[in-house]
Design a protein around this ligand. Structure first.
Ligand SMILES: Cc1cc2nc3c(=O)[nH]c(=O)nc-3n(C[C@H](O)[C@H](O)[C@H](O)COP(=O)(O)O)c2cc1C
Length: 220
């Protein structure tokens, strides 16, 4: 009977979609977790706020970020802090941004700095990251490290993959962090070493993908 449409008489059509289970058999509606940090009164509730912060932390933990050490010279004293919140903001003019916690002992030094450098750590520099994250409890975080200076007064750490040097352009307080904007005056790639990456509270690095590279005329 190819080509002949099958006709079902209206009275024989199944009406399964209108059937309802007796209320006693119905499963209770599942309450969806809310991402709205405001309660019915429009106030931020402590519980909801906590849940959004924890959810954000959870998401961000799984998001891989390169590891840098941001350095400056503050009243003649070298300062440095491990920072993964680095982004390139603009090319014309060349601007970058780092985000530093207000409760860090180094916050004021970077906020008031006139110059700073961003050192991009290589895969073999986990101990350098730990050192500048305060995990080694050193009075002087630069103690015993090989450092040099290039175009600014901010120290460049030996063995890094690359560095950029900046004139501090401004800082903006947002929540519990300050965004420090730097105008790049020098950017040098020193080696082809793999970068140090932080993800799920562990150090890792990048690995080549087996996905083919896009044609060279496509710029991201
Ligand atoms: C991988 C990694 C990334 C970090 N990224 C940042 C960051 O982006 N901003 C920040 O303020 N602190 C960051 N920290 C924490 C600071 O390095 C650390 O709190 C600081 O060095 C501690 O010194 P203080 O308590 O004396 O300020 C990071 C730590 C690690 C291990």
């Amino acid at each position: 009977m190819i080509g002949v449409p099958r006709v079902i008489a209206p009275q024989t059509r199944l009406r399964y979609f209108t059937l309802k289970a007796p209320s006693a058999l119905r499963l209770p509606e599942r309450s969806k977790p809310s991402n709205n940090p405001f309660n019915a009164q429009g106030e931020r509730s402590a519980t909801l706020r906590g849940s959004v912060q924890n959810a954000l932390k959870d998401v961000m933990r799984g998001y891989p970020q390169g590891v840098t050490v941001v350095t400056t010279k503050d009243h003649g004293v070298l300062k440095g802090i491990t920072v993964s919140s680095f982004i390139s903001v603009s090319l014309q003019p060349p601007l970058i941004l780092v985000s530093i916690a207000k409760d860090s002992g180094f916050h004021e030094a970077f906020r008031n700095s006139t110059e700073f450098a961003v050192n991009f750590l290589a895969e073999d520099q986990k101990s350098v990251s730990d050192r500048f994250a305060g995990r080694l409890k050193l009075a002087d975080r630069f103690q015993g490290l090989d450092i040099s200076f290039d175009s600014t007064s901010a120290p460049i750490i030996g063995g890094v993959k690359a560095f950029v040097e900046c004139k501090t352009r401004g800082s903006y307080e947002e929540g519990d962090h300050s965004l420090i904007i730097g105008e790049v005056v020098n950017a040098i790639r020193l080696s082809e070493k793999s970068p140090l990456v932080y993800q799920n509270q562990q150090y890792t690095t990048t690995f080549p993908s087996d996905y083919p590279a896009p044609p060279s005329d496509i710029v991201y």
